[in-house]
Design a protein around this ligand. Sequence first.
Ligand code: ATP
Ligand code: MG
Length: 473
Amino acid sequence: MVCIDLGQERVYYTPLFGFDKSKIKRDHPIISLLKGFIKTIKKKKTSPKNKLAPLIIPRAEHTISRSAIHRNALKVLYRLNEAGFDAYLVGGCVRDLLLGYTPKDFDIATNARPEEIRRLFKNCRLIGKRFRLAHILFGQDVIEVATFRTHHENAQEAQGKSRHGMIVRDNVYGTIEDDVIRRDFRINALYYNIADYSIVDFVGGMQDIKEKMLHLIGDPAKRFHEDPVRLLRAVRFLAKLNINITKETEEPLMTLSHLLNNVSAARLFQEVLKIFQSGATLATIHLLQKYQLMSKLFIYSTASKTLLDVALSNTDKRIHEGKTASPAFLFTVILWHSVLEQVTQIEQSGMPTYLAIEKALQTILKQQTERLTIPRLMQLSIREICLLQHRLTYRRGKHPYRLLEHPRFRAGYDLLLLRAQTGEPVQELATWWQQFYSSTPEQREKMLHEIQRAAQPKKRKNRSKKSNVAYTQ
Ligand code: ATP
Ligand code: MG
């Protein structure tokens, strides 16, 4: 083994032929040659970093005002800065502020290490195994502070990749130059510097903001392979921010949907939740269809299209009014026609409707949860909303009152109205429930009396007929 001292670093190598160690001198021609060679390699390895000269946009030339930044985020930024660390707002919040949207959360990036951050803040909790993050807690509000991370090419030994080229470990600290190139899109890689209120742009993000363009950093196909969730993020940002996509980012997006097969079902569920809360769910679902990504996420029958369109535009309206959207309800809407198709098949074997729905749900939910993990409680809600479609057909005796008390009544009722609105033959039932729901106790009694009277002779006439799926009235 030969050791070459290069100032701060030592390089070890084993010569192929028998060198006599004692005879090697530091100024030996082979050593000089090797030194030169190693220096060239080192230079090549570090040169992309040195090439990254950022564009600094001073405060006077951009629109981010401190009054638009959450005061807790400002507190954290100032404290880090006063302690001598670099501190930046980064990611979605900078992007949203520049595009005129209200950010969901304010993320901070710094050169302070997690332990150093903890020492600065009493209200700090370090989380994460894969990569340590600091959470600074202000009551319910959490500000996330991340130490600059490095890109995989700069840290091969600390970073793991799966067989499919996906990054599975990502836990090495780096500089801001390293941090910027591991981010996904150029508009997500802008840094707001608390030291002078400027924006630091290493990758052309400001230009994309101006041109309203989505552009992956680096080679798009490679970046999608590294983390296929970026396919879904691309679609979500396109829909939510109402922007366009560059040709070179869109081309691989068209063809790489299969990569989502390698993403864990739990992570896909998290991404779907973000889509449901985005306020642009309808547009996102349309893009998922356009880019052949829909079937990677959902068991979806094209018969659901109209139902989905109406339901999702209602959902987006609710989100914009500051209300919430129930993921269980949205999953039910997406799955509904697949369930119904199964029910029709199962009923042909003579199984009663209620049991047929149960059986169809078992199959569909099993297939669905193989794609993305739906928590058990949410699965129960989906099941109840579907079963309610049948239970709402029982309108005699005390049954309607009991249904009004059912914890999922509102969701079941909403689905029934949507089904009627989108052409399923349940209009009479939906109108009846609308009326019953908004009536006084006396009116309700009258309605029940009428239904009882109307049903008697009808039932005798149709005794030999089999009930028909959830359409039974
Ligand atoms: P929003 O919070 O509005 O959904 P966001 O861009 O803030 O959008 P986050 O998931 O909060 O999304 O991520 C914060 C930042 O972390 C992103 O802006 C991006 O810079 C980086 N990031 C997140 N996910 C990835 C990823 N899969 N690949 C590369 N960078 C990512
Ligand atoms: Mg965010």
